[in-house]
Design a protein around this ligand. Structure first.
Ligand SMILES: C[S@@+](CC[C@H](N)C(=O)[O-])C[C@H]1O[C@@H](n2cnc3c(N)ncnc32)[C@H](O)[C@@H]1O
Length: 218
């Protein structure tokens, strides 16, 4: 927990009530240990999308479609692409989006996001907003792959960048944990020094970073 528990609870009671479907998905995710965005972070994602009014959104990490539903709610007119390597979870996302009546707004890719699915397209897409929430150890790779598709002034919101507050730790008893934390630290350093992205870190939920593309790479 990054922010103390009492503050998190305090923020939690001030969040608007979620739909019955969203609440059900939150309960299922909790019961089945499916990692979904925390409601306080989802509300921030929703607000940012509402403010930016993107026409095209790319989500990396669909899972069961919980955050995808937030995106459809925030930008009902947008074209949304969402990718996940886990076909079982994405099938559930398909069901949830269908139940919410928004399935036709979302193109689901059941693929590995480290292999750019758009590279084969004759006309490459362009995104106004990217929500990055998959394989934290691959964040730099995702950024290098998908940043070229982001328009100038486009926004990328990345989740889990403070990783339960462990990014400030220096001693780990678990090697895998240390490696993951080091990769997240590298990603944060990479963003801080990025030539065409401006970023702001937000200690909400598991830690988010908001980045904006300031000029063309070309
Ligand atoms: C934190 S969950 C996404 C949660 C979702 N955004 C939400 O809040 O409802 C991370 C997801 O990334 C997916 N994932 C992990 N590695 C991936 C990869 N290389 N390509 C695509 N998806 C990947 C996992 O299968 C998992 O569903």
């Amino acid at each position: 927990m990054i922010v103390n528990e009492e503050i998190m609870k305090y923020i939690g009671v001030h969040l608007p009530e979620r739909s019955e479907l969203m609440q059900r998905m939150e309960q299922e995710a909790l019961a089945e240990h499916i990692p979904i965005i925390q409601p306080s972070s989802a509300q921030l994602l929703y607000m940012l999308v509402r403010m930016q009014k993107p026409r095209t959104i790319f989500e990396i990490g669909t899972a069961i479609g919980y955050s995808t539903l937030w995106l459809t709610k925030a930008a009902p007119e947008a074209t949304i692409y969402s990718i996940d390597i886990n076909g079982e979870w994405q099938a559930r996302a398909h069901q949830a989006l269908t139940e919410a009546g928004v399935r036709e707004h979302v193109t689901l890719f059941n693929e590995d996001a480290t292999l750019d699915p758009f590279s084969q397209w004759q006309t490459p897409p362009s995104f106004d907003f990217i929500f990055m929430d998959a394989a934290k150890g691959q964040y730099i790779r995702f950024m290098e792959l998908y940043l070229p598709y982001l328009v100038t002034d486009g926004v990328i919101l990345t989740d889990n960048v403070l990783h339960h507050g462990l990014v400030t730790e220096t001693h780990f008893y678990n090697r895998r944990k240390r490696q993951l934390v080091e990769r997240i630290q590298k990603f944060n350093d990479y963003l801080a020094n990025h030539p065409i992205l401006e970023s702001s870190w937000i200690p909400i939920g598991d830690g988010m970073v908001l980045s904006m593309r300031r000029r063309s790479t070309k």
